[in-house]
Design a protein around this ligand. Structure first.
Ligand code: 0L1
Ligand code: MG
Length: 268
């Protein structure tokens, strides 16, 4: 993906949109998708809004610990009605431990995804290949992502969702840390259980053919934004299956082939 679209909005409009998204995220109040008010919002402008949001959280003391690729599987793209992947940033404030109870009171309409996360050992920048991503990876491990679109009814377009930091809300690393070459990540199977029932089944190949391809895509988007991926980053490759909606009282367990499992519960 290339952010070759023009910038349409001036800095004041970008700052206003970032504030609108940040308020919706902070107070868990749904908003209209941004393109209803800004129909010309380009993908580049959407990433400018996301960057302004990131800088605002950093100014409030949050630390960016990594990134996520989103919309990287066919089931996920079909579920959301888009055809292009995107990226979002992850801060320390979004992390929750495995086996924890996750509050839904500060979320609008949470959904859970099972993902494979990469932790890098060298910097990655520019246009890179999946093989270069693998060589720069210290280990991979399972992760759950809790996404929460700030848009009413989880209805958006690509520009709006990118501005909303690709629906990032919470992430839960867990399971076993594994050397990236120790497993064929395309055939790593995942069973996602919702209250003890199998809700979704998938394999790593759902993620752009190989999860490392999603990380390569992400590094390319960062390059378009003038950013690099530093060593030590935690990067989620994107959902292997469609997302599962959760409510207070629910339990989610994701079981990964040869990589262990992660369980979380949800409370008010
Ligand atoms: O992590 C994801 O794949 C989500 C990206 C944004 C789309 C959504 O909210 O489902
Ligand atoms: Mg995701």
């Amino acid at each position: 993906m290339s952010l070759d679209q023009n910038t349409v909005l001036d800095d004041i409009a970008i700052a206003r949109l970032a504030e609108r998204v940040e308020t919706a995220q902070t107070y868990a109040t749904p908003i209209r998708k941004l393109t209803l008010d800004y129909p010309d919002l380009s993908l580049r402008d959407a990433y400018r809004v996301q960057t302004a949001l990131r800088h605002s959280y950093e100014a409030r003391g949050q630390r960016v610990i990594g990134w996520k690729a989103g919309l990287t599987s066919k089931p996920k793209m079909a579920q959301m009605g888009v055809s292009t992947p995107g990226v979002g940033f992850l801060t320390d404030a979004m992390e929750r431990p495995a086996n924890s109870a996750i509050s839904t009171g500060d979320l609008i309409h949470p959904r859970v995804e099972a993902e494979i996360a990469f932790v890098t050992k060298s910097d990655l920048s520019g246009k890179v290949s999946a093989a270069e991503v693998m060589a720069a990876t210290d280990y991979v491990q399972p992760a759950l992502e809790v996404i929460d679109s700030r848009f009413s009814g989880f209805k958006f377009d690509l520009e709006s969702v990118i501005a909303d930091n690709s629906s990032s809300a919470r992430y839960i690393p867990g399971g076993r840390m594994v050397r990236p070459e120790a497993l064929d990540l395309r055939t790593v199977g995942v069973v996602l259980e919702h209250n003890g029932e199998i809700a979704q089944i998938g394999a790593g190949a759902e993620v752009l053919g190989h999860p490392a391809e999603a990380i390569a895509m992400l590094v390319g988007v960062l390059d378009d934004m003038g950013e690099t991926l530093p060593a030590g980053s935690f990067v989620m490759a994107g959902a292997i299956t469609a997302a599962v909606a959760v409510q207070p009282g629910d339990t989610i367990t994701a079981r990964f082939y040869e990589m262990g499992s992660i369980t979380v519960t949800f409370t008010d």
